[in-house]
Design a protein around this ligand. Structure first.
Ligand code: AMP
Length: 388
């Protein structure tokens, strides 16, 4: 593939916050960006050089996007792989359709990781109530039932603490699923890394994540783990993306349990746990992704300062967030994604804080989140205010 320099046009399937931050970095570097997304109110539509409103399953629309672009990439793994096959006939595509084929179905992903001997929780396929019983006997409990497709942020999942809860879990998930052993983890970490067209790899320092109700709440980098564990996590992540033949940024999320690492999931795209790189690293994940898909040399992933990020979910919008209360702190870096409607659990923005160590940065980030959470509970207005 020829190297694509500033002036070239990047097509992005998906126009959420990841697409928007990619777009901002691309514009800074002199690229044009065309976006396809089903929602004309999505964070990127109004800022793109060209926007196509179409469902992700619309292959003809994706081909139209590709026809106007020098390379096509994506910000979500939920683009049907068959659509990506069509796109790849028209323009270079990174990551390739087969990467997505191995990732977007949770069962396929688990099988792929097993084939490559990568560490992960025990799992079994579930097609209905009978096979759930068999799967529970195989995997044991507690366990987590997850829909094979379309799930994110803990959606389409149900915990099974005892066999009696199986029926209820199946009623909640109710589609082809995968049962995974519940991992009593000490920590959750993620390796954010990039692989170039020529196979070069660049890795940011290990990030440590805390989820609330299945949704990422905070990330701190570097993670507070022994160096050997961080090295082992990097090694597992490199093996994973090399096995996939991935090009671009990826995140490999892992559980740490008894100093052992198990892969939770692989995202072949920029990732929420990598937002801190936009501000706290020499090269952000978004610039790096562009460099990779444009066939350029990868940028320097060095952390310029220890950092922490806290997500701002729609729940905070109940009374109108107290931005002044946050922004009066000189160390607060506020990112809002321009989403018109706040809903509980919806990612509306994040705050980045840098400090001399990531533990301190995390404390500050949590404190700023608490300012917003407290302000939200002090007012009783039933209407969610808009993010703009
Ligand atoms: P997921 O959407 O699969 O990444 O799940 C969201 C969050 O749910 C994870 O980050 C964990 O905090 C929790 N979770 C998911 N699967 C498991 C598991 N097998 N064992 C323990 N916790 C889990």
């Amino acid at each position: 593939m020829k190297r694509l320099l500033p002036g070239a046009t990047i097509g992005v399937l998906g126009g959420g916050q990841l697409g928007r931050m990619l777009l901002y970095e691309a514009h800074r570097m002199g690229y044009e960006v065309h976006i396809l997304d089903p929602d004309p109110d999505c964070p990127s539509a109004k800022r793109a050089d060209h926007y196509i409103e179409a469902p992700f399953a619309d292959a003809a629309a994706a081909v139209r996007l590709a026809e106007g672009c020098d390379v096509v990439t994506l910000e979500t793994e939920h683009i049907p792989a068959d659509v990506l096959d069509e796109v790849a006939r028209v323009a270079p595509l990174h990551p390739g359709a087969d990467v997505l084929r191995n990732i977007q179905d949770r069962l396929a992903q688990r099988r792929f990781l097993a084939e490559h001997d990568l560490p992960q929780p025990r799992f079994a396929a579930v097609d209905g109530p009978d096979s759930l019983r068999e799967a529970l006997a195989e995997v044991g409990h507690p366990a987590v039932l997850k829909s094979r497709r379309g799930g994110y942020d803990g959606k389409g999942q149900a915990r099974i603490r005892s066999p009696e809860e199986a029926q209820q879990a199946w009623a909640e998930v109710g589609v082809p699923a995968v049962l995974e052993a519940f991992v009593p983890f000490d920590k959750e970490v993620s390796v954010l890394l990039a692989r170039g067209v020529d196979g070069t790899i660049a890795i940011w320092p290990l990030a440590e994540n805390v989820h609330r109700d299945g949704v990422l709440h905070t990330t701190r980098a570097p993670a507070a783990v022994p160096i050997e564990l961080a090295k082992e996590a990097e090694h597992i992540a490199i093996r994973t993306i090399e096995a996939l033949g991935h090009v671009g940024v990826a995140a490999v999320e892992m559980f740490v349990a008894d100093d052992t690492l198990l892969i939770n999931e692989v995202a072949p795209r920029t990732h929420n746990s990598g937002h801190y790189t936009l501000g706290a690293a020499t090269t952000s994940q978004f610039e790096q992704h562009l460099r990779a898909v444009c066939g350029l040399a990868l940028g320097d992933p060095t952390l310029t300062r220890p950092a922490a990020m806290v997500n701002l979910l729609g729940d905070l919008w109940t009374g109108g967030p107290d931005w002044e209360g946050v922004l009066r702190h000189p160390d607060a870096r506020l990112h809002l994604y321009g989403k018109r409607h706040a809903r509980p659990g919806r990612k509306m923005g994040h705050i980045l804080v840098m400090a001399d160590d990531s533990g301190r940065a995390l404390e500050r980030a949590e404190a700023m989140h608490d300012i917003l959470a407290t302000a939200g509970t002090q007012t009783t207005g039933p209407e969610a205010k808009t993010a703009r």
